[in-house]
Design a protein around this ligand. Structure first.
Ligand code: GAL
Length: 488
């Protein structure tokens, strides 16, 4: 991915779009993840994951924030009503994750049949509503037993995950044919680093440590390498088993931006950030090598990341069926003048941009990112596995309505970017809004709402927001004007 100089004129286009470049089998979806929605953390023999552990400590997200109830989605009475809502909105696909510790409570070994039965029932219920499942095998909920053995830092995690993946494929290949192997490895690693810092009582500052600091770089890249190898192992098992379907990793891609006044140190850090956050995945998956600049930096600084010479080739040879793109915002990078002189990137939000919870609102950067995949990475099949936004104080229910105009415009404009990419030849097969519902936003708890559907946490009542109505109209191919995103 190239370093793009920011052009202020590129801020959020407001042109109305039509959804016509989308083929009839395009997958219109929404995404979620087990721990963020299910609740019922002790039901049917579920084992504990790191997130059960993290949120049991009030230093992580404050008192009373945990996944014990979430949006009660484990309950079939509840989720059947939600599926009915999805159907009404016109969703043709739904991305959800399976909780590893519902299937293997101890992380490895004995299979919990009740866990298998729960998800089989859920998939059947989805399909009965005409909604195609997109199953994520792993969305950050590492079994606590395995975290105690180092989690992804341990090369044995490749085998633990591969064994778990085999259980999933053996038990679900007859019901589903598309699987996201892992979700957002870089963000998971950052969350684990942040959790460790919070648990140790450190002041973590305003921005989460999304980009690894120099002292964490070895461990971060070690985990990422093991996650990629674990995914490759799972893909190989799937193929050898003769199952039919497409597998991919959901990678959070961050177009990297610098401003016009950037100096050499800013550019150097921007390039390193691109190597670590984006090309670490794209170059290994599509070119069979890790970015030279990052490897040289590791060698020069004698940082061990447990990377064997053949690892990147192994990842490439797995030949994944698609890439899942999670896109929210670009990252503006500058050099932190208080950090090491050779590597100290920090991200920031320039004053002249519209800012969502996850950063600047820049649909143009989604279009550029898709062009990059098309032109430099062999034009793979793409699923936009997550795209969405949360804006401060926007999700307030008044007179039975939630008029989330900013989210509505955000979704329309990002679908517009996908439409342009399709017209230019990108092979985007589906688009999934993050998220179907408001839910547990990890360490931000329940106050940060990303949903198309508003959830009243006091009584689990659901209210589709204005953005849900607009998304539904976009799915039908309607043109959405700016004014449609405002309702009095
Ligand atoms: C992603 C993550 C989701 C959700 C979303 C919104 O990084 O995969 O679980 O939290 O961000 O912040």
């Amino acid at each position: 991915m190239k370093i793009f100089a920011a052009l202020c004129s590129l801020v959020a286009s407001s042109s109305a779009i039509s959804a016509t470049p989308f083929p009839p089998d395009f997958q219109w979806g929404a995404s979620s993840a087990a721990y963020q929605i299910e609740g019922a953390v002790e039901a049917d023999g579920k084992g504990k994951s790191v997130w059960d552990y993290y949120l049991s400590d009030k230093k992580i997200a404050g008192p009373d924030v945990n996944g014990n109830t979430a949006i009660n989605f484990y309950d079939r009475n509840q989720y059947l009503k939600d599926i009915a809502l999805f159907k009404k909105l016109g969703l043709t696909s739904y991305r959800f994750s399976i909780s590893w510790t519902r299937i293997l409570p101890d992380g490895t070994g004995k299979i919990n049949e009740k866990g298998i039965q729960h998800y089989r029932q859920f998939i059947c219920d989805l399909k009965a509503a005409g909604i195609k499942p997109l199953i994520t095998l792993y969305h950050w909920d590492m079994p606590l037993t395995l975290a105690a053995r180092g989690g992804w830092l341990n090369r044995d995690a490749i085998g633990w995950y591969a064994d778990y993946a085999k259980v999933i494929f053996d038990n679900f290949h007859d019901l589903a044919d598309q699987f996201v192997l892992v979700n957002e490895p870089t963000v998971e690693v950052a969350q684990n680093t942040l959790a460790a810092e919070k648990l140790a009582g450190k002041d973590v500052g305003t921005y989460p440590p999304l980009i690894p600091k120099k002292e964490n770089l070895g461990n971060a890249l070690k985990s990422l390498n093991h996650i990629l190898l674990a995914s490759a192992a799972a893909q190989n098992i799937f193929r050898k088993s003769g199952y039919e379907g497409a597998l991919g990793i959901a990678v959070p891609l961050f177009p990297i931006l610098t401003e016009k006044n950037a100096i050499a140190a800013d550019i150097n850090d921007a390039e390193m950030t691109d190597g670590i956050m984006n090309r670490w995945f794209l170059d290994s998956i599509y070119k069979g090598k890790y970015p030279e600049q990052v490897l040289s930096f590791l060698a020069l600084n004698k940082i061990d990341a447990d990377i064997l010479p053949e690892d990147a080739k192994t990842i490439h040879q797995a030949n994944f069926g698609f890439i899942g793109v999670n896109y929210y915002a670009p990252l503006y990078i500058r050099h932190d003048l208080n950090g090491d002189s050779d590597y100290a990137p920090e991200f920031y939000n320039p004053d002249d941009q519209k800012i969502a919870f996850t950063g600047p609102v820049r649909p143009d950067q989604l279009e550029r990112l898709l062009a990059e995949l098309r032109l430099n990475y062999g034009n793979p099949d793409v699923l936009i596995t997550e795209n969405g936004a949360a804006f401060k104080d926007e999700d307030i229910k008044v007179n039975g309505q939630v008029n989330d105009s900013n989210r509505c415009l955000y979704i329309r404009d990002h679908i517009g970017a996908v439409a342009k990419a399709l017209e230019q030849g990108s092979k985007v097969k589906g688009y999934y809004v993050w998220s179907s519902h408001d839910n547990l936003e990890w360490m931000s708890g329940y106050r940060t709402r990303f949903g198309l559907i508003y959830v009243d946490y006091a009584n689990q009542e659901r209210t589709p927001k204005l953005s849900a109505e607009i998304y539904s109209r976009l799915i039908k191919g309607e043109i959405i004007k700016d004014g449609d995103c405002y309702r009095s």
